[in-house]
Design a protein around this ligand. Structure first.
Ligand code: PBG
Ligand code: ZN
Length: 324
């Protein structure tokens, strides 16, 4: 087993040899592209901290989604930017809300493209928190009713998968029972089961205009220091009926991805979040990194850690590179 009878470099001698022994694949059909749907018409605003990503009104969203589908990416996840926000986040469960209308438009023009929807109130509340505020605290149980209504409204509009990202306790069970009682027994729930209170969400909050007006999200999102707790959060979501679980962010949490895959064996999504994207984009723009190699290496490492699918703002670029 030792040198010189074994030489690890023997299997690295050519690209063909390396392909034969590679352990991890990265293919476009494992990628999910996030899209920001804006109210208004003919909106196409590039997001300052996320070059290449835009707030899009429905006409441009449909165009963009067409490009995504043509690249072999099977799914998008939608975030809404409503015209108005209020204390109760009522735009979130409005039948004529931005996301509801966008789902209908997408399913009409691109029926094969899977539409996943983010289920959370923060883009719709005037205070920017992920739930309803009672006595300066995000009230868990009242919020559950809103989330369930939101998920049902997405399913009614034609969403293929609903993805709660709020981190309220009991939301998966509440959403499952609401979907079932409305007849949506086949609509899967992709739960953001271990979502950490992360600095890497910064650019997203600019994109979605959802920065909390006061305080932070640490009373509901997880403490980055905890791994056992991430496993428990995930097991609870599975007991409540989650079909797909998630770890978010991805790169600073590869150990969590690995553990959750090992402990659950359920389909696992990793969310390569906005800040992870912005870091590579900024370094590449400065000429400090080879963007293509760095992005494909980062995404491959997320797959190697154990993610089945990756939600990433790099999806379009990566899919194009992988096709070449
Ligand atoms: C909303 C939500 C957030 C993200 C996805 N859904 C932001 C947050 O919790 O502040 C972050 C995504 C990203 O950073 O790319 N709950
Ligand atoms: Zn939220």
């Amino acid at each position: 087993m030792y040198f010189p009878s074994y030489r690890m470099r023997r299997l690295r001698t050519s690209p063909q040899m390396r392909e034969l022994v590679r352990e991890t694949d990265l293919l476009p059909d494992r990628l999910i592209y996030p899209l920001f749907v804006s109210h208004g018409e003919n909106v196409r605003n590039e997001i300052g901290s996320m070059p290449g990503c835009y707030q899009l009104s429905i006409n441009h969203l449909v165009e963009e989604a067409g490009e995504v589908a043509a690249l072999g990416i099977p799914a998008v996840v939608l975030f809404g930017i409503p015209a108005e926000k209020d204390e109760a986040g009522s735009g979130a469960y409005d039948e004529e809300g931005v996301v509801q209308l966008a789902i209908t438009a997408l399913k009409e023009s691109l029926p094969q493209l899977l539409v996943i929807t983010d289920v959370c109130l923060c883009e719709y509340t005037s205070h920017g928190h992920c739930g309803i505020i009672r006595d300066d605290y995000v009230d868990n149980d009242v919020t559950l009713e809103m989330l369930a209504r939101m998920a049902v409204s997405h399913a009614e509009a034609g969403a293929d998968i609903v993805a709660p990202s709020d981190m309220m306790d009991g939301r998966v069970a509440a959403i499952r029972s609401a979907l079932d009682s409305e007849g949506f027994i086949n609509t899967p729930i992709m739960s953001y089961s271990s979502k950490f209170a992360s600095a890497f969400f910064g650019p997203f909050r600019e994109a979605a205009e959802s920065t909390p007006e006061f305080g932070d999200r640490k009373s509901y999102q997880m403490d980055p220091r905890n791994g056992d707790e991430a496993v428990r959060e995930t097991l609870l979501d599975l007991e409540e009926g989650a079909d797909i679980v998630m770890v978010k962010p991805a790169l600073p949490y590869l150990d969590i991805i690995h553990r959750i895959k090992q402990e659950t064996r359920f389909p696992l999504a990793a969310y390569n979040v906005s800040g992870e994207y912005s870091m590579l984009k900024a370094a590449a723009a400065n000429g400090w990194l080879d963007e293509r190699r760095a992005v494909l290496e980062a995404l491959t490492s997320i797959r190697r850690a154990g993610a089945d699918m990756i939600i990433t703002y790099h999806a379009k670029d990566a899919a194009a590179w992988l096709k070449e």
